[in-house]
Structure formats: C-alpha cells, structure tokens
Design a protein around this ligand. Sequence first.
Ligand code: MTE
Ligand code: MO
Length: 364
Amino acid sequence: MRAGGQLHEFDRRGLLTGVVAGVAVAGVAGLAGRGLAGRLEVDTERAKIALPRPAKPLRPIPAGADLRLKDLSPFVTPNRDFYRIDTALVLPQVDPKTWKLKIHGMVDRPIELTYDQLLRRPLMEADVTLTCVSNDVGGPYIGNARWLGASLADILREAGIRSGADMLLSTSTDGWTSGTPVDVAMDGRDALLAIAMNGEPLPLAHGFPVRQVVPGLYGYVSATKWITEIKVSRYDQEEAYWTERGWAPKGPIKTESRIDLPRGGSTIRAGRTQIAGVAWAQHKGIDAVEVRVDKGPWRQARLAQVPGVDTWRQWVVDDWDATPGDHTIEVRATDATGYTQTPDYAPVIPDGASGWHSILVVVK
Ligand SMILES: Nc1nc2c(c(=O)[nH]1)N[C@H]1C(S)=C(S)[C@@H](COP(=O)(O)O)O[C@H]1N2
Ligand SMILES: [Mo]
C-alpha cells in the first residue's frame, strides 16, 4: 500500500524495514502513546490470560493439509513468522483490563463490551488465511492461522443493524479505520472478533487484545487490530483510511497462486524435481492448480487437503524432469466458482494484484 500513503513493513524481528512517504514521527508516536499502558504492563496482562475453550471446538487440521516439503510455506503460519502490516510506528499497548469495544451508529441498541464480557461469550475457532491487498503476485504478505473469537454477526444482531446500513467502520486505538461490507460480515461466514491466534492470545503486533477477522476480504477492509469501535454506517457517508488514499472501498480477495519451490532465481540440479506452492481464494475454495514449464502443456498439481474454504491450499507437481538450461515455471489456480486465473497482470492498487506467478530457474 505504497501509493499515496504511509505503510510500514516489519521484518520478523519487528524492525521497521521500509518507511515510505513523510510521516511526522513525533506526532504519530504521541498519538499512539496517549492513554495507553506500557509494554511491560501489557505483556504481563497478556501472559496472565487463560484462553477459554471454544463453545464448539473445530476439528483438528487434517494431517493431509501440510505436505511438509522443505521451503514450502507450512499450512499454519507460526505467529513469529506471520507477516505484519500496519501504519503504527509505535506498537499500540492496549491493556485488556480497560479495553472496551463500542458498537454504535445505525443500530437499535448500542453496545459496549469489555474484554471479560467478550471472553464469556460463546467462542468459536476458524482457520482463516489473511492476505494484504498490497501483496504483489508472488509476494509474501499472506499467512494462515487458527483464530479464536466471538461471532461478529451475533454481536451485531444483538445491536440490531438498521436498514440502509451497508458499512462497518471499525477504528483502532491509534485511529486507523477500516470499512467492512455489512452483508459480508452477516452472510454466515466466520467473521470474528478474535482474541487468539494459533492457541495463544493475539501477539501485540497482531492486534492484542482484540482484532477483527473476516474471511474472504483483504486485511485493509476487514482485519482491524487493536479494535475499539465499530460504527455501523454507510459507504456514502464514511471513508476508511486506505480508501481516502486511493484504494477500493471494498476488497474481496482475488484468486491467486504462488510458487514456493524451487525458489525463483535459484540454481537446481537436473533430474526429477518437485514444484510446489500455495493457492488461495478465501471463502470460495481452490479446486485446481496447474503448472507449466517453458509454456509447455499445463500439468495438474496434486492438492493438499484443506479444513474449509477460508484457507490457502498447498499444491505440488511431483514429476518434473528438470533438464539443464534456463526454465520458466508458471502457475494458475481455479477456484470453486470455476474461475481460472488469467495471465493479465493487475498491480496491487486499487483492489489487489492478479496474474500468473512466474519464476525462472537455472538447471545444472
Ligand atoms: N489498527 C490497524 N489494523 C490493521 C492495519 C493497520 O494499519 N492498523 N492494517 C491492516 C492490513 S492492511 C492488513 S493486511 C492486516 C495485517 O494483519 P497482520 O499484521 O496481523 O498480518 O491488518 C489490518 N489491520
Ligand atoms: Mo493490507
């Protein structure tokens, strides 16, 4: 999300690796720091949390979901490896003891929820793959986790959404906003106010204590971290953070696929070689993945199992006989609606990249 905005990428140690555009650092830090607890204090509170059991536990992830190939993205992304994207120069420190979520706007009964009240609601688990709209074809801004949280739709039903409302404008402690389509949040998918990620309370960098997760939508329109407010409203009355900066108001995730191995640009040995990667079409599901080498015939990849339609899916081609020379490998996925990715490249802005991921390898 570079164009026209300030977006920061963090590497796995949490260091700021790319700051774009001019930001008044002191201003942002001052804003983020105001009224928030210190790091130590929040870490201590987080360590004390005993996660409630889900009301209906999800089945374990099928063993066949992970092909366990070296260099292939694991089916579940460990929290420490999960991509991080946000505008926060200073990580918000939100104390769960004082956290509140306010739901208001076009509702019959405004609601305020504390963290304890949220934990006492029936909690559900969901396997959901998060994707950033600024993830270019072949890019790294995607990760999959098992989330635990309360149903967002149930809470919104208790508030009573008034007719004519079509947008949930959510706000985080640091003032960032996101606009989620009401119909998507309410259509029965596992839209969550999430409190945990892969069996532990949300890491601070991923929204502790509470964040939204809505399968099928890019993060900028769905995945508000450090959430404190949901205003039920209308797209013709409100504009969220990235929409003001030229990104689309609504952001359904595009069907995509990525080659993880062999590594693009690498030199490999001649002989039988596995080509493998991940494909995703959240809330639709992946039905097929095909691979071709040097624009030859498309070969069907073998698909790993998936627990549902909201995650990415690993795939592998086992029988490529790599011959010495330079080779181009391309991938395309077909989702469960029957749509097959086209080679037409679209850049990330305004509504997500598309096109075939293509890599070059040297075989010796
Ligand atoms: N408060 C806040 N929440 C946010 C953002 C942000 O900048 N601030 N970025 C969003 C974007 S663009 C994405 S892709 C996801 C990334 O979630 P992650 O950092 O946990 O992977 O968070 C979303 N939630
Ligand atoms: Mo994003």
